[in-house]
Structures are given as structure tokens and as C-alpha cells.
Design a protein around this ligand. Structure first.
Ligand SMILES: Nc1ncnc2c1ncn2[C@@H]1O[C@H](COP(=O)(O)OP(=O)(O)OP(=O)(O)O)[C@@H](O)[C@H]1O
Ligand SMILES: CC(=O)N[C@H]1[C@@H]2OC[C@@H](O2)[C@@H](O)[C@@H]1O[C@H](C)C(=O)O
Length: 399
């Protein structure tokens, strides 16, 4: 047998596995790197998060990615180059991180890499007859495996689509295995570029479990700040939005899109929620003359409204606890807006459950890799088509 395959086989048989999870999100703030230890699998999974670091991207790298990010027309050569470049660059960042942590590569069993989403096109979004759900993450896993010497699993979303899903959100698998709790309805709310949540019913009825995107989290706010305040990357501590007041007409125009009426689960991205979307809404609401501060206040309220509306349609009056994660939880006005819209909302985050909220998505991919290696297919029960029962991740060998 090929030595690398033998090694992979031995990892799958180990009592405890050390897995690095990687996430490079749509906000392009940096590469999230989580060093995880796993024992068990499925609902017996035990996770210890040993280290977590975000390796920030510099402006040049962000610009390189932005040139091909969520755009319908791009330079195909650039896409080709960036696929290899991002893979190599991520490998470099991992090697640096291992050095900082004082961890040897030989002591890491597996890397689980999400890659960089450059285009997300569920059928509901592209609307092209006869064409399937599709999504594209680049930063090829072979480059990571060869340059770190660690077996790498990557490109998790394609299998989800092949098995009938939309390629996102995948959070449901990790949330179910790590955070379900008998007797408590839990909402795992992640406010990244796009906001999404997983519903984990307290009766542990797996046929009710799902996760769904609900609309913009930070993506529109970030895009607007970057266009109006070029020295800023995002509205740190809601400084800009707090100086404004939200505009009802613009808010209603922003909310007036069939995406918000679609049933769950559903997925979206900056391919829809972008500056052109905002401009159209401003024209419709005759609100083109608003100050940037008022626009920011409205966008902030818009993200909160998308989340609260989706939550109330899911819970229909049932009691629930929300555990937050993602960069949007650090936006105070967004939290205030959520508290106004969701009466009784107590702000808790996944740190209470043993996973730093900034690390949660990177931990998800490590968990998916653990399942791919040692898990049985998680079956969400009869009639449950919302969460396909599949293992995800493609294997890259270092040699
Ligand atoms: N102090 C803060 N005040 C306001 N917003 C903040 C703050 N800290 C982080 N954010 C927001 O969080 C964003 C980063 O969030 P996160 O890292 O969860 O995104 P991501 O992982 O790239 O997104 P996705 O989940 O869509 O892939 C920033 O771009 C910013 O909008
Ligand atoms: C295509 C893509 O990269 N989607 C991301 C993005 O970031 C948040 C939201 O949109 C979510 O649907 C997804 O990521 C998380 C990790 C998920 O799949 O659960």
C-alpha cells in the first residue's frame, strides 16, 4: 500500500486525532487557524480547541482576491494563478503559525481547509434554467499538503451539492455534533459576511434540524464603509452607524426581495447582497441623498431585521437560547438592534460551550474532516432532505 495511504489509515484508527481547521471567510479579514484535538466521532465527538489564531491578510492580498471575488466576469488567468497562489500562501501561514505555537508538523494528523470562496451560485440565485447549484472555493489542497507535509482535506462544499444540497451552510453538521443539548432549543447564530443560523431543537428530533443563511451579516456594511471611507475596512464598534439614524423607507426597500420569502434552508452571498443591491433599494425608496451615517445605520438595522425575521419564522413562539459567533457579534449597534427586534434575547456566545466564537467556523471544518476519516454517515432521519447525509472533503497527500 502507498505509504501515505497507510499513514492515513493509521490516523483514522487513532484514539485521538490532532486536526487543524482553516477558514478564509467572505470578509477577507484573514485566515482562521484552529488546532483541534478530537476523540470519538458522531454524537460522541469530544473536541478540545488547543490553539486559535487569525493570520491577517495584508492589503495587497485582499486586493488580489477582490479582483476575482463574487464577480460574474473576471480574468480567467487570474483565477488560475490565485488557485495555486492561495494554496501556497495558506501553507506558509500554517507553517508560521505552527512555529508560533511551538507545534511540530509531524504532530498534526490532518489539515482541513475550506479555501477561499470566490463565487457562490445556488440555482435560486443564478436562475439559469437547467444549471445546477454551484459554488467555487479556491486555494488547492495539494499545495497545502506538499508545503506543510500534512495530509490535507479540502473543497468540502462540492459533495454537499452533489448530494442534493446548496453547498452551504455546512455549519449544521458541526453544530449538531458539538452543541446539541437535550431540553434546550438552541440557535447557533453566526454573523459573518453572511448571517446564518442552525436550529437545534431541544427534543433532539434530527428531522427538524437545519441551518440556513438569512441575509447579510457584515458584507453590505463592509462594502459600503470601504467605498465611502477608503481608510477603513469595516465600521469598528459601529462608530459610523451610531452617528446616523435608520431610514424606514430604505429599510423596507432593502427587505423587499424574494430571498426573504424563500423557505429554509437557503443560501446566498455577496453575489446578491452588494453595493448594486443597495443602490437599487436607494432609488426605489427615493433615498439617494441620505448621509453615509444614515445609510450605515440602515444597513446595520437591515442585517438585524433579516436575522430576527428568520428566527421568528423558525421558532414560532417556542422558547430558545441563542449562541453567537462570527465578527458581527463585535458590532455593538447590531447587537442592540437584535435586542430591540428579538424581545428577551440574551447575548451568549459559543465560548460558553468551549469554542471561541471567532474560531467556530475553522473548528467546523476540522470536525467535518474528523467525520470524513472516522465517522459513519450522519443520518438526519426519515424525510429529512434538508441536510444530506454525506462525508465531505477531498484528500491531498503530501508525497
Ligand atoms: N469591533 C467590531 N465592530 C464592528 N464590526 C466588527 C468588529 N469586529 C469584527 N467586525 C466585523 O466582522 C467581520 C469579520 O467577521 P468574520 O471573521 O466572522 O467573517 P468571515 O468569517 O470572513 O465571514 P463568513 O462567515 O461570511 O465567511 C469584519 O469584516 C467586520 O465587519
Ligand atoms: C459559500 C460560502 O463560503 N458560504 C459561507 C459564507 O459565510 C457565512 C455563510 O456564507 C455560510 O453559508 C458559509 O460558511 C459557513 C462556514 C457554512 O457553510 O456554514
Amino acid at each position: 500500500m502507498n505509504d501515505s495511504l497507510k499513514h492515513l489509515f493509521s490516523i483514522a484508527n487513532k484514539e485521538k486525532r490532532t486536526i487543524i481547521g482553516l477558514m478564509s471567510g467572505t470578509s477577507l479579514d484573514g485566515l482562521d487557524i484552529a488546532l483541534c484535538e478530537f476523540t470519538g466521532h458522531g454524537t460522541q465527538t469530544q473536541l478540545t480547541l488547543r490553539e486559535f489564531t487569525t493570520m491577517p491578510y495584508d492589503t495587497t492580498f485582499k486586493q488580489e482576491v477582490k479582483a476575482i471575488f463574487s464577480k460574474r466576469q473576471v480574468d480567467l488567468e487570474k483565477v488560475c494563478l490565485m488557485n495555486a497562489y492561495i494554496g501556497s500562501f495558506h501553507a506558509e501561514l500554517i507553517n508560521q503559525c505552527l512555529q508560533q505555537w511551538g507545534v511540530n508538523a509531524v504532530d498534526v494528523d490532518i489539515i482541513a481547509s475550506h479555501g477561499q470562496t470566490i463565487y457562490h451560485a445556488p440555482a435560486s440565485l443564478h436562475g439559469i434554467e437547467g444549471m445546477p447549484n454551484a459554488t467555487l472555493q479556491i486555494g488547492d489542497g495539494d499545495h497545502i499538503a506538499v508545503k506543510t507535509g500534512i495530509i490535507t482535506l479540502s473543497d468540502f462544499r462540492q459533495k454537499h451539492i452533489a448530494a442534493g444540497g446548496e453547498g452551504a451552510p455546512l455549519a449544521v453538521y458541526g453544530d449538531y455534533l458539538l452543541f446539541s443539548e437535550k431540553g434546550q432549543n438552541r440557535i447557533m447564530l453566526n454573523i459573518g459576511g453572511i448571517a446564518n443560523f442552525t436550529f437545534l431543537p431541544g427534543d433532539l428530533d434530527t428531522t427538524r434540524i437545519f441551518s440556513t443563511d438569512v441575509g447579510p451579516g457584515n458584507t453590505l456594511m463592509d462594502a459600503y464603509v470601504q467605498s465611502r471611507f477608503p481608510s477603513k475596512f469595516f465600521d469598528a464598534d459601529s462608530e459610523i452607524a451610531k452617528k446616523g439614524t435608520y431610514n424606514h423607507k430604505l429599510l423596507n426597500a432593502l427587505l423587499d426581495h424574494p430571498f426573504f420569502e424563500q423557505g429554509f434552508p437557503k443560501t446566498t452571498g455577496p453575489e446578491l447582497f452588494n453595493l448594486a443591491y443597495l443602490e437599487q433599494a436607494q432609488h426605489k425608496a427615493e433615498a439617494t441623498q441620505l448621509s453615509p451615517e444614515d445609510v450605515m445605520a440602515t444597513l446595520n438595522r437591515f442585517s438585524a431585521a433579516g436575522i430576527s425575521d428568520a428566527l421568528s419564522r423558525t421558532l414560532k413562539g417556542e422558547k430558545f437560547e441563542v449562541f453567537m459567533s462570527g465578527g458581527g457579534m463585535h458590532n455593538p449597534l447590531l447587537i442592540q438592534n437584535l435586542q430591540e427586534l428579538i424581545p428577551g434575547l440574551s447575548v451568549r456566545d459559543t465560548a460558553e460551550l468551549g469554542v471561541s466564537p471567532d474560531a467556530k467556523e475553522a473548528v467546523l471544518f476540522a470536525t467535518l474532516a474528523n467525520e470524513c476519516l472516522v465517522g459513519k454517515r450522519i443520518d438526519f432521519g426519515p424525510g429529512q432532505t434538508r441536510v444530506p447525509s454525506v462525508h465531505m472533503g477531498k484528500i491531498s497527500l503530501p508525497e
